[in-house]
Design a binder for this molecule. Structure first.
Ligand SMILES: [Zn+2]
Length: 318
């Protein structure tokens, strides 16, 4: 493998270490650093980036990476190098917030600038100091507030190397997505780095099923790339080419009866919206055949609120 240098610190073959990337200071004067754990094996191989906390309130992703670290998953690599960043958006993490304090989203600020807004500076740190070293990467996310995502991998359309990573990870759903401007996935793609995104669980909440599903997938991916050995086999994997939302036709108390992961048919009742006085109930019906890949756990909804995320145009790939 040889040596790897991040932020002027060099680790030799077989060496591991923690490297801090200084991004700024809090108004109190405390330093803010992104902690990077680097595991460099003795043998040549790919360098993989394992990232979480790009959205500071998506703690389930942070917990996946924490468990991978604490279980020693990267400690005896057969080849290659693993760069782990458990919390990228430190500002959001300490504020229980998706964004940085000025409200900007780091994942809409790539490739970023060291003279730009705070989100742009965080993005730049990753783009400049870490991405040039990376052969491929995985970025752990969750749904937003109250929005649960069934464990799924998203990858960029027309990116065969990313699709291969998605198949090797083998989450229950793998979803082709167009590339969105100013995201990490877009910047990585422009640098020729396949980047896949794991989505599982919801913001500010831990979900054991999503965490375990992610850890199994991560072991399969690292095994497929030759970095570790595992006997972890995958379950069924369904590829989805399109997604859409079912939205609330009425305001009221929302109670779902079909949850994420369920295969559904057009017209099937998935839940209901009730007025608070016990008078009316409006059923929420499936708008097409497909799978529920995410649902809203909020108890009160307004008209137009997203209730169920559906995936369709499916095929069974494993
Ligand atoms: Zn996210």
């Amino acid at each position: 493998m040889g040596e790897i240098t991040i932020n002027n610190r060099t680790l030799g073959a077989g060496e591991s270490g923690e490297i801090s990337l200084h991004v700024g200071r809090l108004p109190s004067g405390a330093r803010v650093s992104i902690k990077t754990h680097v595991f460099n094996s003795l043998n040549p191989g790919p360098t993989i980036l394992i990232l979480a906390g790009l959205h500071g309130d998506e703690i389930n992703g942070v917990e996946i990476v924490r468990r991978a670290l604490s279980s020693g998953l990267f400690e005896n690599l057969l080849c290659g190098c693993v760069i782990v960043i458990p919390v990228l958006n430190v500002y959001g993490f300490i504020n229980f917030s998706r964004e940085v304090p000025d409200g900007k989203d780091v994942n809409r600020s790539f490739p970023g600038s060291f003279r730009g807004s705070l989100a742009s500076r965080v993005a730049r740190m990753l783009t400049k100091k870490v991405l040039p070293l990376v052969d491929f990467g995985i970025d752990f996310h969750t749904g937003g507030d109250n929005r649960f995502n069934f464990p799924q991998i998203r990858y960029s359309r027309r990116d065969p190397a990313a699709e291969e990573c998605a198949l090797q990870f083998a989450a229950p759903f793998i979803i082709e997505k167009p590339v969105i401007g100013k995201t990490l996935r877009k910047t990585a793609k422009s640098m020729g780095i396949p980047m896949i995104v794991f989505e599982g669980g919801e913001a500010l909440r831990l979900d054991g099923f999503a965490i375990e599903t992610a850890l199994k997938g991560l072991r399969r991916l690292l095994h497929a790339k030759g970095l570790i050995d595992t006997s972890e086999i995958s379950g069924q994997v369904i590829r989805l080419r399109k997604t859409s939302w079912i939205r609330a036709s009425h305001a009221g108390i929302f109670i779902w009866s079909k949850k994420s992961g369920t295969k559904i048919q057009k017209g099937e009742t998935l839940g209901g919206i009730f007025d608070p006085y016990g008078n009316t109930r409006v059923p929420v019906a499936a708008t097409r055949d497909g799978y529920i890949i995410g649902h809203n756990n909020t108890p009160v909804v307004h008209q137009g609120d997203a209730l169920f995320h559906l995936g369709y145009e499916s095929d069974l790939v494993k």
